[in-house]
Design a protein around this ligand. Structure first.
Ligand code: HEC
Length: 111
């Protein structure tokens, strides 16, 4: 019985480490992003603040320098916003978010 409790609490302790990114972001990250489709979305919705080249626009946030973050982490910022960054979960479909991330990673970041 004591052993069962130990196993159960060990399982509980490991759960949060799996959940650093949202389930929605993890689902979107499994979609195949189309960088070509993402470009016009990025240019109209993101480039004002982040620059057409991703290296900073009206806000000095260099997305290309932030590509060491996982797709899931990047998607979570796009879904939920962060500070002055607006949330896009109501404005972009899952596929559109995957396309925008592909544009930033592949076209702008060369990855
Ligand atoms: C109104 C200006 C604005 C717009 C529009 C905007 N962002 Fe941002 N974005 C920011 C700011 C400011 C931050 C930094 C947030 C912080 O760290 O406080 C940020 C952070 C980010 C980050 C995280 C970078 C890091 O520091 O890890 C990503 C990724 C990102 N934006 C992508 C996008 C994408 C993709 C779009 C378009 C769908 C977009 N942003 C539109 C202002 C904006």
């Amino acid at each position: 019985m004591k052993r069962m409790i130990l196993i159960a609490s060990a399982a509980l302790l490991t759960l949060p480490s799996l959940g650093c990114t949202s389930e929605e972001a993890q689902n979107i990250a499994t979609l195949e992003g189309d960088a070509t489709a993402g470009k016009p979305l990025y240019d109209s919705m993101c480039a004002g603040c982040h620059g057409a080249d991703g290296k900073g626009g009206s806000y000095d946030v260099d997305l290309v320098a932030e590509l060491h973050h996982s797709d899931e982490e990047i998607i979570d910022v796009i879904l939920s916003g962060d500070g002055d960054m607006p949330a896009y979960s109501d404005q972009l479909s899952d596929q559109e978010i995957a396309d925008v991330v592909a544009h930033v990673r592949v076209t702008l970041g060369g990855q």
